[in-house]
Unconditional design. Structure first.
Length: 334
């Protein structure tokens, strides 16, 4: 992976140097792609979050648009259904004044048997600048990025990672709780099939959070403890000391039929209800990447309750994706 470069800030004239005689270091983004948080340093994650803060200010203006990516073209290439992620990327690109093209599997040459790499190379030949790709195969974004010179942003690949979702989750947590380091965060639900869980684990642990994953034993992937998390199948234990919970969607469509008996049984055992939240911290933050299965992962009262920041996550997703699109298109060569 390309290493971070550190550059000295130009010194102001007639200004005395710092007492330790060391110039302040400034992080410079050098990656043309964003594939996953596993591959980012703490400084790179921080750089994205800092840029997102600035771009969120843009979203609060009467005219929610800046000319930052004027003349650039972003293609959303989605092999899986999506509402929030695709719309969020589209809005992010348009808020930066880029041109946007949406391509879905059902209405493209993919249906005729064209490979992912051939699709990417043809799009690159059309002189676009960024491909935002969602694919059902883990590693698809990496494969595409290695085949192309243009930027590739991973919008979710199989069970691997969903980096911008984790970044917007982290951004929201920091907004609500003021920090990440030292927080107790519980990720609850379908860990085995969740790219959101993996990206959150990478990002949160790097930033110093204490992460617990809670799921039925059938939905806890082997080796998950090696990522530095605590594992439990006791929902009350996961809630007890948590500052925030990130409740994942149960991906029954990816599951084996007998992996878990029923949606009703899951809700009874692991669903987040108002009664369960009474045992948690009063100001616990409730998150969900969406779409929510009400009455499965959580009750409607919790989803719409005072502890929920689910809609704030959606809003913050635009700012995070603006930051990512800006950084990958302005990457400095290492």
């Amino acid at each position: 992976m390309t290493k971070l470069l550190y550059a000295k800030k130009p010194e102001a004239k007639n200004k005395m140097p710092p007492k330790d005689n060391k110039a302040k270091k400034e992080i410079i983004w050098t990656k043309k792609d964003l594939i996953g948080l596993e591959y980012l340093s703490i400084e790179e994650i921080r750089l994205i979050l800092d840029h997102a803060k600035s771009f969120k200010e843009v979203l609060a203006r009467p005219l929610r648009k800046v000319p930052t990516l004027r003349g650039k073209t972003v293609v959303n290439l989605f092999y899986e259904p999506s509402t929030r992620t695709r719309t969020s990327f589209e809005l992010a690109a348009k808020r930066l004044s880029a041109d946007v093209i949406n391509i879905v599997k059902e209405s493209s040459s993919i249906q005729k048997g064209e490979t992912l790499i051939d699709t990417g190379r043809n799009l690159e030949a059309l002189k676009i600048d960024v491909i935002v790709v969602r694919h059902n195969a883990s590693g698809a974004a990496t494969t595409l990025s290695r085949a192309l010179n243009i930027s590739v942003v991973n919008a979710g690949d199989g069970w691997h990672e969903h980096p911008t979702q984790a970044l917007l989750d982290i951004f929201t947590l920091e907004e609500k709780l003021g920090k990440i380091k030292g927080l107790n965060i519980s990720i609850i639900g379908d860990i085995a099939h969740s790219r959101v869980a993996r990206s959150n684990i990478w990002g949160l642990t790097k930033l110093g959070a204490n992460v617990t994953v809670c799921a039925p034993k059938e939905l806890v992937p082997p080796g998950i403890k090696e990522l530095g998390v605590k594992v439990t199948s006791d929902i009350d234990e996961a809630l007890k000391d948590a500052d925030a919970i990130n409740v994942l969607r149960m991906q029954f469509e990816r599951d084996k039929p007998d992996a878990f008996p029923s949606k009703l049984e899951y809700f009874r055992t692991f669903g987040i209800t108002e009664e369960r939240l009474k045992k948690a911290k009063k100001n616990i933050v409730v998150m969900h990447p969406g779409p929510i299965n009400r009455g499965v992962e959580m009750s409607g009262e919790v989803a719409d309750g005072i502890n929920s920041v689910i809609l704030e996550q959606v809003t913050n997703g635009i700012a995070i994706r603006m930051a990512v699109l800006y950084l990958v298109t302005h990457a400095k060569k290492g």
